[in-house]
Design a protein. Structure first.
Length: 409
């Protein structure tokens, strides 16, 4: 059938195969011309894209069951219903829409679900024995946190309080989160990892409720380790907070740490930050996050352990861990992981070019080191400026000693 309209519509559909409105128009014209089989094919294609299209379903039913052509007017889209006329008086729906970013609707169906539930709880199996090297960090953790917890009789004898938490700080990528999981494993406790995205809410007052939900869940499932990641974002200095909601989060966090409304027995709070000087000072007062541990770039033993971990499941040969540890002095754990990734990529690309798979060797790893620089340098420079020119209440004593030992102060 040589129909100019049909041919033009077919070309248009070929040029825009996802335009269902155009394809449905073609199907309608085919049906009107008695080409039922072709109309069925086009209408079926529309339904595969839009299963709820009532016009395509109606056309398909007519093409399959009716011998006569339908009235084209019946296939035209129905006029949209006119909007309901607003009732006299104040338009509450419009008002709620306008303030939706500030407050929840006045009436809702049922109560909102809590921000945290049992699905957020983890049971780490990692312990501090899985943390390579870092002997000074482990000693500090044991003295400030683990020894009193593991020896209740001695704790009672010496009147050692369990109130307060532990703040880990240091360059990014040096294993603070891994250490927090290891502490939870040592204690046989549940683990709740929380970041700013888990706490902050768009509605006023909800962020504070999220903080309370977090501690309520931890108390119900005690012993529990709450890990506050990036504490400088969650508990930033209230004098620097640009939004009043962030100041409310800090106040709610202080109340929960103090156990104003509940007993925090069995709830252990660990926090980590790369910017401890931006944390609200009230969070570091006695009874809160009053113990601090500086987590530095991994030492020689730790760097060997990190290389061994990241290469354990890769095809390697002749790997000299001692040389790699020497070449990556000052690297963070994340930097070392990237070195292994670059080495693996180098071996993979060469194997793809030659068509023969080969093992990852020291040349690949040296190439990875050459392509990577330590990410801890900028942090150490910022820390040096804080220690040299900022106010220090003794929190950064470890940091000052380290900077002196590496001749950065």
């Amino acid at each position: 059938m040589n129909d100019p309209l049909i041919e033009a519509l077919r070309r248009a559909v070929e040029a825009a195969p996802l335009d269902d409105e155009l394809r449905l128009h073609l199907a309608t014209q085919l049906w009107e011309r008695g080409l039922a089989d072709q109309a069925v094919s086009e209408a079926s294609t529309v339904l595969s894209h839009s299963p709820a299209d009532s016009r395509a379903r109606e056309l398909l039913a007519r093409a399959l069951g009716a011998p006569a052509a339908p009235d084209p007017a019946s296939l035209r889209p129905a006029a949209p219903p006119s909007p309901p006329r607003p009732e006299a008086g104040f338009d509450w729906s419009a008002a709620e829409t306008e303030v939706g970013h500030i407050a929840r609707p006045a009436f809702v169906d049922g109560e909102s679900a809590p921000a945290f539930d049992a699905h957020d709880l983890q049971r780490p199996t990692t312990t501090l024995t899985d943390v390579g090297g870092m002997s000074q960090v482990k000693e500090r953790l044991n003295a400030a946190f683990l020894a009193p917890l593991k020896n209740p009789e001695l704790r009672a004898l010496y009147g050692k309080s369990l109130r307060g938490g532990l703040l880990m700080y240091g360059p990014p990528g040096c294993g603070k989160t891994f250490i927090a999981r290891a502490i939870a494993g040592e204690l046989g406790a549940s683990f709740l990892s929380v970041g700013i995205s888990d706490i902050l809410d768009r509605y006023m007052g909800e962020s504070e409720h999220n903080v309370r939900d977090l501690f309520q869940l931890a108390r119900r499932d005690a012993p529990t380790v709450i890990f506050l990641d990036e504490l400088d974002a969650i508990g930033q200095r209230r004098s620097q907070a640009r939004h009043s909601g962030m100041r409310g989060v800090v106040v709610a966090l202080l109340e929960e740490l103090d156990g104003v409304a509940s007993d925090n027995e069995g709830v252990f709070v660990l926090a980590a930050t790369n910017q401890p000087w931006d944390v609200d000072p009230a969070l570091r007062r006695p009874g809160r996050l009053d113990r601090t541990v500086l987590v530095l770039p991994p030492d020689d033993e730790a760097r060997r352990a990190i290389f061994r971990h990241h290469l354990a499941r890769r095809p390697v040969e002749g790997v000299d861990l001692a040389e790699l540890a020497r070449l990556t002095d000052g690297y963070s754990g994340a930097d070392i992981a990237y070195v292994c990734e670059v080495a693996s990529e180098n071996a993979l690309l060469e194997s793809a070019r030659t068509g023969t798979a080969r093992l990852i060797g020291m040349d690949d790893l040296r190439h990875g080191v050459a392509q990577t620089t330590s990410s801890t340098g900028p942090w150490l420079e910022a820390a040096r400026n804080v220690v040299r020119f900022g106010e220090d209440d003794g929190t950064f004593t470890q940091l000052r000693d380290y900077l002196k030992s590496v001749r950065r102060l």
